[in-house]
Structures are given as structure tokens and as C-alpha cells.
Design a protein around this ligand. Structure first.
Ligand SMILES: [Fe+2]
Ligand SMILES: [Fe+2]
Length: 468
């Protein structure tokens, strides 16, 4: 499909914000008068001049977790995520909510703006920046408004609803398949499309939902979690909407064959016997059979069957089912395998394993790059979930205990956390804290010392993440 005018205009706005972030980031690394900064400034001035000629002015606003350009909400996309995140943090830090650029803006104006932004003091940052830019006639700034909470709460509610809808839909479809009913993929597709939509706008929140593991119905949650994690990874790889939808469907059905495993084996708490393992190992082939029985088989069913068959074969073909001449794994299989392993390792109910904390699971998976898992995709996955994934409990140098609720793409070791226990270890009302925050001396205010195992500490992560 050729890009429409709307696509082009949205891209133009996205690129403008991106370029502004490039200017500010490079000025923070180098000096404002550095050649790299000068080049970035020139480019931004060229772009913004063209933009204001067409649109009258350039109004960049930060509302809640989103940037708006001339009232048009800018979508997160993987290629500019780090710059977006940087700009958002900077705006919040210096308490700037609106930046307006008018026709006639010149290179010196942007240099002065850049200087004001990156040298803003910790005390009264907005007032200082405001004073520094007040003489520039083409630039106006306004204070950040505190409307974030309500918007975010609404978004969180929506994400929660989508997640639980997906789970109950999955429960419905699986019980129909179990009863031998012939189902069609159309409805699943609709459900996945809405999940993909949510994921594009609220990746962190939706991925966060997958970290809540204390459900009774592991199987349905697992299917939905793997689907969400796979699509999130696919998004990072730059897959199109159509491909993401296909990937989401394929991932949802990866374990369909488990419907044929007797409950007493599937839910067994103790270690499985060799015979029981034999039964478990049949689920990829059973999955293929069940998928191909669906109504109106199409490309998606075929790809689902391939992934169901391959998802335990491993990158180096050491897994199961064993085949005489293994073919290279499908890209979707490689993605699903990573999402599957991560969700399974961090869940309590798989093959009587105890759940692993997210960071431990990731550490273990990192060692499987090139053997069980595709090393390149795994690296993308680790970058996505961060070294402290959502749901990780951390101990800070202040002795407080925090729970990671949002990762930070610009600095993966410094996520956003909820502080849930004070320095004495007593539980307290959750307070949000951004670990990339620095004090006036430029030092980080708080640091992570080590992680904790939520299961051992009897902390119910779901309580915090669901209530937001
Ligand atoms: Fe499986
Ligand atoms: Fe699985």
C-alpha cells in the first residue's frame, strides 16, 4: 500500500521530534559549539522552517506519556524510541510541557534554546529556562501541566481490559477446540488486531501485564503472554502491522497441542517421570493436528502449524520433536521460542518448576544465545525487557525495596520503580521513582544494589502492577 498524506505528515512530525532530541542529546555529550551539534542544529532548523511554513507554527506538547505535535499524537516507534524517551525525561526534568516554534526561527535561537535546556538547574528549572529563552521572539515555552495521572489511569484501565479480554477469549476458544468444535480464525484475528493496537501505544503497560504470574489458569495466560511478548519483540524488529498480527496469532496457538495432555500430567506439582515427559513431548505434533483441523485453513494456519511443530526444537536442533533433516527454523518460531521460554521460566506452574525472578530468567537465557535460542533476536529481547524487567524486585542503596514497573530504553540499568518498602523493610504505600534521576551534584539519587525473589519475600507483585 503506498503511504498516504496522513502517513507522510505523521512521519514528518515524528522526525522533527527525533531531530530535536538529537540536537539536545549531542549537546549534552559534546559542547554546544561542537561541530556535531552544529550539524544537528542546522538540520533541525531546516526541517522546522519547512514545517512552520506549511503549518503556521510548531507546537510540541508533552501530555501524560505522549508527545503531541500540533495536537496530533505521536506514536512510539522502535527506531526513535530512545530519543523519545530521552526527550520525555528532559521535558519532565526541566518541567517544560510545551515548546512553540514560530516562523523566522534561526540557528542561534535553537542554540540558545539547547543551552538553556541542558544547563537547567535542579532547583526551579522551568523558571531559569523561561528566563533564558524569553528574549527569543520565535520561541515560547510553557510549564508542564499535571494531567498525567488521569490519562495514565485511563490507559492502564484500557490495557488491563484488553489483556483480560484476550485471556477470556483464549479460554473460550480452547474449550471449543477441546470439545471438538471446528473454530474459525476470524475472531482470534480480531482479538489479536486489538492487542497489537494496544501494544503499539502502550508497549510497557501491556508487557507489564505479562509479568503478573499468580493466576490459576496458567495455560490461557501463558498463550496470551507469549503472544504479547512475541509481538512486542516483532515490533522491535520492525515487522509490519500485518506481520505483527500474524505473529500474534501464531504465538497464541503455539501450545495448542497441550490440550491433549491429561490434566494430571500438565498440572503435576512434583517432578515428571520419563514416561510423563514422553507425553509432554507430543504436544508440538498434537498442535499441528489441531490447527489443521480448524475451519478454512489459510496461510496463518499453516504458519501456526509450523511454529507449533518447531517451538521446542531449539536453534541448534537439540530439542524435540526429533527430525532426520531439520530445516532452518521459521523466523516466527525463533521469536516465539524466546517469548515462550521467558514466560515459562518466570511462571510457577510449568512442569512443577518454581518461578524464577525475571532478571534471573533473563540471565539464564542470555547464556542460551546461539545454542537453544537465536542470539541476535535474543539480544533484541533483552534490550526490550531490560536487565531489570518489569516485575523485578530491587534493593536500593537507600535500603528501600522497589518494584520495576517501566523499563528505560535510554538507560537499561535505570528503570522506573515503585518503592514499596522503606529502609527498615516495612511495607509502605507505593511511591513512583525514576532511577535515572540525579541530584544537584549530578549524581544518581538512588541505585540498585541487587534483586530479590518476590516469591521468597511473599510479595504479591500483581497487587501493585494491577492497581498501578
Ligand atoms: Fe510448548
Ligand atoms: Fe509454551
Amino acid at each position: 500500500m503506498p503511504p498516504t498524506d496522513a502517513d507522510n505528515s505523521s512521519r514528518e512530525k515524528t522526525l522533527l521530534i527525533n531531530q530535536l532530541a538529537v540536537v539536545l542529546r549531542s549537546a549534552e555529550v559534546h559542547h554546544v559549539k561542537n561541530i556535531a551539534v552544529a550539524k544537528a542544529v542546522n538540520r533541525f532548523v531546516d526541517q522546522v522552517t519547512v514545517f512552520v511554513r506549511e503549518e503556521g507554527n510548531f507546537v510540541l506538547e508533552l501530555r501524560g506519556d505522549f508527545f503531541f505535535v500540533n495536537d496530533f499524537r505521536i506514536r512510539y516507534s522502535s527506531d526513535i524510541m530512545v530519543n523519545f524517551d530521552y526527550l520525555m525525561r528532559l521535558f519532565r526534568k526541566i518541567e517544560v510541557g510545551t515548546l512553540i516554534i514560530q516562523p523566522g526561527v534561526g540557528i542561534n535561537d535553537i542554540i540558545a534554546l539547547t543551552e538553556a535546556f541542558i544547563t537547567a538547574p535542579a532547583l526551579n528549572p522551568f523558571e531559569t529556562v523561561f528566563q533564558k529563552v524569553s528574549h527569543i521572539s520565535s520561541i515560547t515555552i510553557d510549564h508542564l501541566k499535571n494531567i498525567a495521572t488521569e490519562d495514565l489511569l485511563d490507559a492502564r484501565k484500557m490495557v488491563k481490559k484488553s489483556y483480560f479480554n484476550a485471556v477470556s477469549f483464549t479460554r473460550g476458544i480452547m474449550s471449543k477446540i477441546q470439545e471438538g468444535e471446528k473454530i474459525s480464525l476470524k475472531k482470534s484475528k480480531r482479538m489479536i488486531v486489538s492487542l497489537v493496537d494496544r501494544l503499539i501505544d502502550h508497549e510497557q503497560m501491556l508487557v507489564g501485564m505479562t509479568s503478573i504470574k499468580n493466576y490459576d489458569e496458567y495455560t490461557y495466560h501463558h498463550c496470551v503472554n507469549v503472544s504479547i511478548l512475541a509481538v512486542a519483540l516483532g515490533q522491535r524488529l520492525g515487522l509490519s502491522m500485518k506481520q505483527l498480527t500474524e505473529l500474534g496469532m501464531v504465538a497464541l496457538f503455539h501450545d495448542l497441542g497441550k490440550l491433549e495432555i491429561p490434566g494430571n500430567i500438565l498440572n503435576k506439582r512434583e517432578a515428571l517421570t520419563d514416561e510423563e515427559w514422553q507425553v509432554i513431548r507430543k504436544h508440538p505434533v498434537a498442535g499441528v493436528r489441531l490447527i489443521l483441523k480448524m475451519k478454512h485453513p489459510d496461510n496463518i494456519s499453516i504458519r501456526s502449524a509450523i511454529v507449533a511443530f518447531e517451538h521446542h526444537m531449539c536453534f541448534n536442533n537439540t530439542g524435540y520433536p526429533k527430525v532426520r533433516k531439520p530445516l532452518p527454523q521459521d523466523l516466527f518460531t525463533k521469536i516465539v521460542s524466546i517469548a515462550d521460554q521467558y514466560d515459562a521460566m518466570t511462571s510457577a506452574r510449568v512442569y512443577s518448576r518454581t518461578p524464577m525472578s525475571p532478571d534471573k530468567a533473563l540471565n539464564l537465557m542470555a547464556k542460551q544465545g546461539g545454542t537453544q535460542l537465536d542470539p541476535v533476536l535474543l539480544q533484541f529481547f533483552i534490550n526490550m525487557v531490560g536487565i531489570y524487567p518489569i516485575g523485578t524486585l530491587v534493593v536500593l542503596d537507600s535500603r528501600e525495596i522497589g518494584l520495576v514497573y517501566e523499563t528505560n530504553p535510554a538507560s537499561i540499568g535505570r528503570p522506573r520503580i515503585l518503592i514499596i518498602a522503606d529502609e527498615k523493610g516495612s511495607e509502605m504505600p507505593a511511591a513512583a521513582f525514576d532511577l535515572s534521576e540525579k541530584n544537584a551534584a549530578g549524581e544518581y539519587k538512588k541505585n540498585i544494589i541487587h534483586t530479590l525473589d518476590a516469591a521468597k519475600w511473599n510479595i504479591n507483585i500483581a497487587d501493585y502492577l494491577l492497581e498501578g
